[in-house]
Ligand binder design. Structure first.
Ligand code: IMP
Ligand code: MG
Length: 427
């Protein structure tokens, strides 16, 4: 299985690492690749009982023998990159095989400054960003005033590009946001200070990955953020500034769509979201609190409490469609162990009309209220189950019903945080 995409099918934090772990039990993964986003992501990985969190680095950094790649579609904060690498080196992790695309865009200090002031400026309309400069770095990329990794190695070019980037930014900062202007020379010094350490990691990652695929090696594209946070297909404007959907993988890695063999959507047995924006099945009651507490739903990157709600099959079907999912991987089923009755959103009511598909407009989606179907809970601990048949009958019914309404088969089910706490349904 040469090229596999694993991505989030909801609003992030679906436990994508679980699906990666499961793949690694049967396939040798040669490359693990990030293709979009930046250090706004948060992966929690448990290896030999030790817990690691990565934000920018692919989880492959902890897989011996796998090469980790930060591809062109990622926005890279060299400061965050080195901080993360140093944290791992301190704990004895070998990080020598990391490769960074020469074409990846760079997040400099002014990007996070702008992220924070523009959020403040939005007031009650704020997006709830991670404040890490992700949006402003992508905005610069599209505005063609971005700085790319390769620019750090040519000080003359770098200075010209920083001047171009700061020209408009400084007008905005001083005249609109009432902040001090950012000095060109300070930014040039900041960025060139990273060059020496970064240089040996830099490569043409599109060439590298295509050659690996030509040799029949296994390349895992590891999604960050998720489908509903996609700037085109998510709940715009309450989204991240990149394309976490499957199509974004091709753009973000320089690998054509015909090379992708599997697209796995990771989906929780309920739903969570951090930051602002619509969320039809969100709960504001004791059940929501219980999901939050039992599921440990606190952001890895920002420490924010995640909003929680029931499974939304409309979103699952939508994700299956826009990503062309070949399968789902269902996570955190065990979090539902103690519930008496489990509602599942099977459709919406929008302004008095029943709809089964994602509404076409933002306004309609804001008006969507869930139509629920109710399932009996199984009221027992499933964390020790290792096959579908071992699950209690009510849990089997729940999973089968979700699979039927979600638009792709369920490859596996997570029943606990440990690497072995997985049930393979369709092997
Ligand atoms: P940004 O990516 O920092 O611009 O934030 C935009 C929105 O995406 C906010 O609602 C964030 O909370 C959300 N977001 C960004 N990265 C992640 C992630 O890895 N998991 C979940 N939500 C995220
Ligand atoms: Mg996360």
């Amino acid at each position: 299985m040469p090229a596999i995409v694993i991505l989030g099918a909801q609003w992030g934090d679906e436990g994508k690492g679980k699906a990666t772990d499961q793949l690694a039990t049967t396939d040798t993964i040669d490359y693990v690749v990030r293709t979009s986003g930046g250090h706004n992501a948060g992966h929690t990985i448990v290896v030999n009982g030790e817990k690691y969190a990565t934000h920018l680095l692919p989880s492959g950094i902890l897989t011996p023998g796998a090469t980790s790649v930060i591809a062109n579609g990622v926005v890279v904060s060299p400061e965050a990159l080195f901080r993360e690498l140093d944290g791992l080196i301190e704990r004895g992790v070998d990080v020598a095989d990391l490769v960074v695309s020469a074409n990846a865009h760079v997040i400099a200090s002014y990007h996070s400054t702008i992220d924070k002031v523009s959020e403040r400026f939005l007031g009650k309309n704020q997006i709830g960003t991670t404040g890490r400069g992700i949006g402003p770095a992508y905005a610069d990329k599209v505005n063609r005033v971005g700085i790319r990794v390769a620019d750090l190695f040519d000080e003359g070019i770098l200075r010209q590009k920083v001047e171009a980037a700061l020209d408009l930014r400084n007008h905005l900062l001083t005249k609109v946001y009432n902040r001090r202007a950012v000095e060109v020379e300070a930014i040039v010094a900041e960025l060139t200070s990273y060059a020496e350490r970064l240089r040996p990691m830099v490569a043409d990652t599109s060439l590298l990955l295509n050659q690996a695929l030509d040799r029949g090696e296994t390349v895992l594209f590891e999604g960050a953020q998720a489908t509903m946070l996609d700037v085109d297909h998510g709940t715009y404007p309450f989204v991240t500034s990149s394309n976490p959907v499957a199509g974004g993988v091709c753009v973000g890695a320089g690998v054509g769509p015909t090379r992708i063999d599997r697209v796995i959507g990771v989906i929780k047995a309920y739903t969570t979201r951090v930051g602002s924006g619509p969320f039809p099945t969100e709960l504001f009651d004791a059940d929501g609190e219980a999901l939050q507490r039992i599921g440990g739903e606190i952001g890895v990157s920002t420490g924010r409490t995640r909003r929680c709600g029931w499974y939304d099959a409309v979103i699952a079907r939508y994700s299956a469609r826009v990503n062309g999912l070949t399968e789902f991987f269902l996570t955190k089923l065990d979090v539902l162990d103690s519930f008496e009755r489990i509602p599942v959103c099977v459709g919406y009511e929008v302004d008095g009309q029943r709809v089964d598909e994602m509404p076409m407009t933002q306004t309609e989606f804001h008006h969507a209220t869930p139509v629920y179907e109710y399932f009996d809970g199984w009221k027992s601990d499933i964390s020790g189950c290792r096959s579908f048949g071992e699950l209690p009958a009510n849990a089997q019914t729940y999973v089968k019903a979700l699979e039927e309404m979600s638009g792709a088969k369920f490859w596996g089910i997570g029943v606990g945080p440990g690497r072995e706490q997985t049930i393979v349904v369709h092997g």
